[in-house]
Design a binder for this molecule. Structure first.
Ligand SMILES: Nc1ncnc2c1ncn2[C@@H]1O[C@H](COP(=O)(O)OP(=O)(O)O)[C@@H](O)[C@H]1O
Ligand SMILES: [Mg+2]
Length: 258
């Protein structure tokens, strides 16, 4: 198969880019993000890593319209979208998953995915077709009729991914989608992420604490620590960075990921 194909020059054009420029966010004195700049192009997977509290989810919230930066801007395809609503961004090809479940608890797995498709304008039959396809892709077909609130954590996260992908996004931001996934199912999940990049040519931002997954699937990695960019580069470059090892890999050694 060879190494993952990097985003081509074509896909590095502003028209194919989601960008946060020098974004900062403070919460009553807590500087959750400080002047962070990050670009995500179509047809690449970027890992966003760092210890708990580093600002990863805050950055995803700013990019997807669930929160506003204290300063800095967000651009999609060269257009400033800093103050756009989350819904408008979703309709413009931006999708995300949540670290904590946002599924409709009383709806079935299938219904949850269908509702997400309807939300971006797919009609009934088309929404159902797309939902079935995503359930199959994320190994959720056997759970299609199960209520969302009775899922195990790993299945719940994959439902979140299905809900995001059913909107056929150009960019998808995944906040710890593999948490709670049994180790044996991680390779299958990695294949899904690669397929989103290679088959749909979407840009993927992947937050995860599983460094084997991140190193194995990402084209580039961005490391946050205490709201600041600590390092950014290829997996090889990041692996060699001792600061990163101290700040992040040291923590994962005691992070049992219960
Ligand atoms: N809504 C909020 N209100 C107050 N503090 C917040 C809020 N969201 C995040 N924070 C704080 O911002 C920092 C970064 O949090 P977060 O982005 O969730 O980190 P990560 O996802 O990397 O674990 C933490 O100190 C967290 O407590
Ligand atoms: Mg988080």
């Amino acid at each position: 198969m060879g190494s993952p194909a990097p985003a081509s020059e074509l896909e590095r054009r502003p028209e194919e880019t989601l960008r946060a420029s020098a974004v900062s966010r403070s919460f009553e004195g807590v500087r959750a993000l400080q002047e962070v700049t990050l670009e995500l192009h179509r047809h690449e997977v970027v890992g966003l890593v760092g210890p708990n509290g580093a600002g990863k989810s805050t950055l995803v919230n700013l990019l997807t319209g669930f929160d506003l930066p204290t300063s800095g801007t967000v651009e999609l395809r060269g257009r400033e979208i800093t103050r756009w609503s989350a819904h408008r961004r979703t309709r413009s090809g931006l999708a995300r998953t949540f670290q904590h479940s946002r599924s409709f608890r009383a709806l079935s797995v299938r219904e949850n995915v269908e509702v997400a498709a309807l939300g971006v304008g797919a009609r009934g039959r088309e929404a159902r077709r797309r939902a079935e396809e995503l359930l199959e892709r994320l190994a959720l077909t056997a759970l299609a009729d199960v209520r969302a609130d009775s899922l195990a954590q790993g299945d719940e996260r994959r439902l979140g991914v299905a809900r995001a992908l059913v909107t056929e996004p150009a960019f998808v931001l995944m906040d710890e989608p593999a948490a709670g996934l049994p180790e044996a199912e991680v390779p299958e999940f990695a294949a899904v992420v690669r397929a989103v990049r290679d088959d749909h040519r979407a840009g993927v931002l992947l937050i995860d604490h599983n460094m084997a997954l991140v190193m194995g699937v990402c084209d580039r990695i961005h490391v946050l620590d205490q709201g600041r960019t600590l390092a950014a580069g290829t997996p090889e470059e990041i692996r060699g960075d001792l600061n990163v090892a101290a700040a992040y890999l040291g923590e994962t050694a005691v992070d049992t990921d219960a």
